[in-house]
Design a protein around this ligand. Structure first.
Ligand SMILES: [Zn+2]
Length: 147
């Protein structure tokens, strides 16, 4: 991935791009989920069954969002985590006649999914996340076939 060295003076490190710019760097599904608050179909993304260890990063900006340590098999068909990293923020979502807690990337406001208070311990939380909003940065030091 190209590393940008452009830093806008006087602004925070938050990533802000126009929809046109996001469309250029994301697939149509990634754009729909992260920028238009879409939801991928259950079991449609391989991350729902992903077992590799590593850091799940924001597909939009690369911020670390969830560790594989917190991932668990919720059976819902979406990648699920009991805990989130500091670059995840929550936001009340009252769309669709429900009161849910939306999960977003703090760095670029990407919509990631929702969090529910019915997860396993120790946090009791279930972060239900769209796989296409994530990019697994898999650990490569497992001693098996390297690159
Ligand atoms: Zn992001």
């Amino acid at each position: 991935m190209r590393k940008s060295t452009q830093v806008e003076k006087g602004k925070s490190s938050r990533v802000t791009k126009s929809d046109a710019e996001w469309r250029q760097s994301l697939t149509p599904e990634q754009f729909h989920v992260t920028r238009e608050h879409g939801t991928e179909r259950a079991f449609s993304h391989p991350y729902s069954k992903e077992k590799r260890e590593g850091m799940y990063r924001c597909v939009c900006c690369g911020a670390p969002l969830f560790s594989s340590d917190a991932k668990f098999d919720s059976g819902t068909g979406w990648p699920s985590f009991t805990d989130a990293k500091g670059s995840v923020i929550t936001h009340e979502d009252t769309s669709h006649g429900m009161r849910r807690i939306e999960v977003r990337c703090a760095n670029c406001d990407a919509h990631l999914g929702h969090v529910f208070p019915d997860g396993p311990g120790p946090t009791g939380m279930r972060y239900c996340i769209n796989g296409c909003s994530l990019n697994l940065d898999a650990d490569k030091n497992d001693g098996k076939s390297g690159t």
